[in-house]
Design a binder for this molecule. Structure first.
Ligand code: NAD
Length: 298
């Protein structure tokens, strides 16, 4: 292996210290930041995420509130829960956990959020600000991707502005929460951006596009989608994927990314592992955005 392994846990720890200092500073002005989550149903990954957020909020002295609704809740009940949190002055940030049950349309719930409390930028107004290049809240997962690229650039002694302006960033996956905002953040940095999704894969042309990337950000949810053939020598590879896989020998469930780590690490300049890459930073970034929201509202 020759790649520099970008340590997401260390980056998350550094971000925690920054957030904690900001929470303390806010508390001195009489404001305690507050975050609320809304869970509808019993999705395993959403519940696990909620537990991590709850623990982090406690660690960082952020007030935490949680609304749980059954999976057969009516849309009106979900909107009422969001409305209650919108009106609560102790709550500065509201996160609606995904996935929502099929009968609850994401976009209706997101549009009901108070835009000043929409810490993941899913409300159309905040999504629009992101498109314009003036985001109020930078969504946590794509923000973490760039935070980790920056960590590598600092370690390598490279000038960030110059690096982005001369680079092509290929993003695999086009979801509203990861792939699309990751592209917009690349544009904001002056990079050339390339966007691929499963159609490029089905057309047998994925590698053709990803090999153009000086940076490849992968958020497809497909284990080992990206191997050596998909990455140019010297690229920076950020693996967002979190895929549960069962070890056939032990029966234990582990997590793997979308990148074949061992193979790609032989050719990449830098790479994030799974677990221990993007995930830990994403969790802390949500709390960071809650502090931003508390400042905006106070
Ligand atoms: P999604 O299912 O909403 O979107 C996946 C995207 O990948 C789609 O645009 C789809 O067209 C594309 N895609 C699917 N198969 C492909 C293929 N074979 N080739 C190219 N593109 C393909 O998923 P998402 O919410 O963006 O999440 C993607 C992955 O990232 C998942 O594994 C998820 O668990 C993980 N994730 C991790 C974090 C984190 O903090 N680390 C946060 C969010 C999501």
């Amino acid at each position: 292996m020759s790649a520099y392994v970008i340590d997401g846990r260390a980056a998350a720890q550094a971000l925690r210290s920054e957030v904690l200092a900001e929470v303390k500073a806010l508390e001195e002005t009489g404001v305690r930041p507050g975050l609320a989550t809304v869970l509808v149903g019993e999705d395993y990954a959403a519940q696990a995420y909620e537990r991590r957020v709850r623990r982090l909020a406690a660690d960082l002295d952020v007030a935490y509130f949680h609304e749980v609704l059954p999976c057969d809740a009516e849309l009106a009940d979900v909107l009422a829960a969001v409305g209650k949190l919108n009106a609560d002055p102790r709550v500065h940030g509201v996160l609606v956990l995904r996935p929502l049950p099929h009968h609850i349309p994401d976009e209706v719930v997101f549009a009901h959020l108070d835009p000043l409390k929409d810490v993941e930028s899913v409300h159309p107004y905040n999504a629009g600000l992101l498109v314009e290049g003036t985001p109020r809240f930078v969504p946590s997962t794509p923000a973490s991707c760039y935070r980790l690229i920056d960590t590598y650039l600092e370690a390598a002694g490279l000038d960030k502005e110059a690096f982005y302006r001369r680079s092509a960033i290929c993003v695999v996956g086009r979801s509203a929460n990861v792939g699309r905002p990751a592209l917009l953040l690349g544009i904001a940095r002056g990079a050339v951006v390339i966007s691929c999704d499963e159609f490029a894969y089905r057309a047998g042309r994925l590698a053709e596009h990803t090999r153009l990337g000086d940076v490849v950000i992968v958020a497809a949810g497909v284990p080992k989608l990206i191997g050596q053939n998909e990455v140019r020598r010297g690229a920076v590879v950020i693996d967002v994927g979190i895929n549960p896989v069962t070890d056939t020998a032990t029966g234990k469930v582990g997590l793997v990314g979308d990148v074949d780590f061992d193979a790609v690490a032989e050719v990449a300049a830098a790479i994030t592992p799974v677990p221990g890459g993007v995930g830990p930073v994403t969790d802390v970034w949500l709390l960071r955005n809650t502090v931003v929201a508390a400042k905006l509202q106070s």
